[in-house]
Design a protein around this ligand. Structure first.
Ligand code: FEO
Length: 396
């Protein structure tokens, strides 16, 4: 039996409680995820999105048993990343007459993924409407949020916005609805999802959220393509997206370091103590042992980013290279930082980190703090003072 979402709309997705990594090995998903697909039974039988390819067999078997794939008239492809478009081939193989509705760019994306140029494509753009019986489907392009082909679909009558990746979470819970699961977990995952996937697109998201709000749609549900469906206080997630798109921070600091024998770690702790004693919340992370998705989420949350490494082979330890590249790639804005590290003789790491952090878009507000071999009492005191000075700039 398919789970009813609302009226004539049913859930046909896959809820993946085993998933722990997403986008290959790039993103952690400690609470699983889901690939949400929906079936609309109107005069037309319409499918909204499919699922990730490894789950295609289950997806197809369920559809065959519940509706009969020969009876499906149309599939709306809001976005053809393989986690949503993975079931298209199997679907169209069984029923080549299915109309494939997607954005104009979506036609190209689908053709490049699957060598089937003769599928029954129906490209749509913002404002286009398709009548499926009692309900109308209206489309809103979401170009580069986060792929060229991305779009949303609004269904009249049920007033559901099928928002695809937007407003989603990598989360598996005991229900498909947000109001029936642990709200702390859902909101933490929604924030991590935004910070680790959507942060690079914040200028576009800001404009798009304003555009969607201006449409004044009578929203009763937002059904993203990952995680749970929002059906209570649904504008809260829209408002959060607007807030997270505005050079977001919570006034805190993240100190992230890598260390060989613990000297740089002691410096990190002294810097953090100076920050904390100044009344600014601060958290410490070892970049070599921390989850990278959680780390970028903490950077996104922070106003200050402090990076440290001891020097090896005239540079920083290699875990810092990945961290700086993540900061650059996520285009974090409105954040300040400085660097530190211990060394034996040459001591280039803090300077290199400073240059790289600056190039990654973080405003460098004070010079690096250094120590030789095991930091002395005086050198640790300098770290503490650097923390106090940095906290003052956070509070300005
Ligand atoms: Fe969930 Fe962009 O795919």
């Amino acid at each position: 039996m398919l789970t009813q979402v609302k009226d004539n709309v049913f859930y046909t997705g896959i809820r993946d409680w085993e998933l722990r990594l997403f986008h290959g090995h790039e993103l952690s998903t400690f609470n699983g995820s889901s690939y949400n697909s929906f079936l609309i039974r109107d005069d037309k039988t319409v499918l909204i999105d499919t699922v990730w390819k490894p789950h295609t067999d289950t997806f197809i078997e369920t559809l065959e048993a519940e509706v009969g794939i020969a009876n499906i008239d149309m599939v709306i492809v809001n976005h053809n990343e393989p986690d949503h478009g993975g079931g298209l081939i199997a679907l169209l193989e069984r029923n080549p007459n299915i109309e494939v509705v997607c954005s104009v760019k979506g036609v190209d994306v689908i053709k490049k993924h699957f060598d089937h140029p003769n599928w029954n494509f129906h490209p749509v753009k913002t404002g286009d409407v398709i009548h499926i019986g009692k309900a109308d489907l209206t489309f809103v392009e979401m170009t580069m949020i986060h792929w060229p082909d991305s779009m949303m679909t609004f269904m009249s009558g049920t007033n559901i916005l099928f928002s695809n990746d937007a407003f989603g979470q990598h989360f598996y819970g005991q229900s498909i609805f947000a109001d029936q699961v642990d709200s702390c977990l859902v909101w933490a995952e929604a924030f991590k999802y935004f910070a680790s996937i959507l942060a690079p697109f914040t200028p576009l998201i800001k404009r798009k959220v304003a555009e969607v709000v201006a449409l004044n749609l009578p929203l009763e549900m937002i059904a993203p393509s990952h995680g749970v469906i929002w059906r209570k206080d649904i504008l809260k997630i829209v408002e959060k997206y607007a807030e997270w798109s505005e050079e977001y921070h919570e006034g805190c600091v993240t100190v992230a370091y890598d260390t060989m024998y613990g000297a740089t770690k002691r410096m990190a702790e002294a810097i953090a103590k100076g920050i904390e004693d100044s009344g600014v919340p601060v958290k410490l992370y070892n970049t070599a042992t921390s989850d990278q998705s959680d780390l970028i989420t903490e950077f996104f949350r922070s106003k200050g980013i402090v990076l440290g490494s001891c020097t090896v082979n005239n540079g920083a330890l290699r875990s810092l290279a990945g961290v700086v590249d993540e900061i650059r790639g996520h285009k974090l804005k409105g954040k300040i930082g400085f660097t530190f590290g211990s060394h034996g003789w040459s001591g280039e790491a803090p300077k290199h980190l400073q240059q790289d952090l600056g190039k990654a878009g973080i405003q460098i507000v004070q010079e690096p703090v250094t120590a030789q071999y095991t930091p002395s009492t005086e050198e640790l005191a300098a770290c503490y003072q650097a923390g106090i000075a940095f906290a003052k700039k956070i509070l300005e």
